[in-house]
Design a protein around this ligand. Structure first.
Ligand SMILES: C[S@@+](CC[C@H](N)C(=O)[O-])C[C@H]1O[C@@H](n2cnc3c(N)ncnc32)[C@H](O)[C@@H]1O
Length: 205
């Protein structure tokens, strides 16, 4: 995750982010990253928005420990152990400007309760940024593991067959349906990598 971060959140991502999200945020935004992993996206957000108050939640202690020793510049950052799938977010209704979730929601058995919590926490005009896996054909997915992740033939098959049902659970259309079902309107979307779709959403009226 740490090694692939620069490739997953490279220049193309930030160009899209600035145009569709960053330019709509207030000067002192409250931002949450759910399933924040090692905290690198929050660190990058803090670098771009020094007035921000950042929160990162993850269920894995080692991830939170890694994120806690990063520097967030002038931004204030709080990282905490928190199970987003089962626990309410520790934020007042309408108090958060940006919630992001990257490569996390697909692992939840039941995504709607977490989406309801995100919707509850967002301020008027707040943004939910969903960045997650989309379904690819099996041969394409296995080739992607070899060519992009640089796994050898044996490893790409061993890990690929195990992870195929996890990473290829939702189509882009499934995500659109799920977001609408949870009360989010899609404002923008893009695909910067064959494996992932990015949705910029706001609570629907
Ligand atoms: C594939 S990693 C993505 C990390 C980070 N968002 C990124 O894009 O680099 C998925 C992360 O979600 C976390 N996670 C999985 N289930 C979770 C849950 N129920 N609540 C909070 N975090 C969770 C894992 O611990 C892991 O750090």
């Amino acid at each position: 995750m740490v090694e692939t971060h620069p490739e997953r959140f490279g220049q193309e991502f930030w160009t899209f982010f600035t145009a569709h999200i960053g330019s709509h945020l207030p000067p002192r935004p409250v931002m949450i990253d759910l399933g924040c992993g090692p905290g690198l996206l929050l660190r990058d957000l803090g670098g771009r928005h020094p007035g921000a108050t950042l929160y990162g939640y993850d269920v894995t202690p080692a991830m939170v420990a890694y994120g806690r020793q990063l520097s967030y510049g002038a931004a204030k950052a709080t990282l905490a152990l928190h199970d987003v799938a089962t626990q309410p977010l520790p934020h007042a209704p309408g108090s958060v400007d940006l919630v992001s979730m990257s490569s996390v929601l697909h692992v939840f058995d039941e995504p709607l309760p977490a989406l309801a919590e995100i919707r509850r926490s967002l301020a008027p005009g707040g943004i939910f940024l969903l960045h997650d896996w989309i379904r690819q054909p099996l041969p394409t997915y296995l080739a992607w593991r070899r060519d992009v992740l640089k796994e050898g033939e044996a490893e790409s098959r061993r890990r690929g067959f195990r992870l195929f049902p996890v990473h290829n659970k939702y189509t882009t259309e499934d995500w659109r349906w799920l977001l609408a079902e949870a009360g989010f309107a899609i404002r923008d979307e893009t695909q910067l990598r064959a494996s992932h779709q990015i949705f910029v959403t706001t609570p629907a009226r």
